[in-house]
Design a protein around this ligand. Sequence first.
Ligand SMILES: [Zn+2]
Ligand SMILES: [Zn+2]
Length: 200
Amino acid sequence: MPVKTLASCLLLFSLAFLSCRGRFTHANRVIVIQPLGDFSSAQSELVYRQLSKINPGIIVRSAIPIPAATYYPPRDRYRADSLIKYLSSRFGHADTVIIGLTSKDISATKNDIKDWGVMGFGYSPGNACVVSSFRLSKANQQEQFYKVAIHELGHTQGLPHCEEKTCFMRDAEGGNPLNEEKDFCPACKSFLKSKGWRLK
Ligand SMILES: [Zn+2]
Ligand SMILES: [Zn+2]
């Protein structure tokens, strides 16, 4: 093969490779919904419908038992960090983010507090998070559940907590400020859009 032809072949090959990489870099990850224990299938379905609007690549798995090893007897609740570790090691993949759904109370270590009850938990960035309905308002539980779900998914994408009081990425600081949260603020929204999320 003449050197010139070889050079143009190589050029074409690298362009094809680069365009492929470009496409995949901006593609959002597949969200895997994993109901745990007795979490209602109707509520899993609702979360699926809500999340599919922002990320069409999404599946719901059948429920699995909540892993007994994550139970924390002194407070009768489950360790969110252990749940995430379990979900990540069992189903984790670079192209997916797993969201565990539970009706049980969950907790994690926060600074000096060894076992701090939380509504949800997710590492920033990470490939798994968990959301609990236990601490949510009974009056509008489904709406609150969705807000916690997108907050934790936001962490998995790399977002930290946000100072804006109406932003979904606000730190709950042990309370339940979810009714004050209205949307992602412009900065958090543009970050998530850059990750492929379909946000208006
Ligand atoms: Zn958070
Ligand atoms: Zn924000």
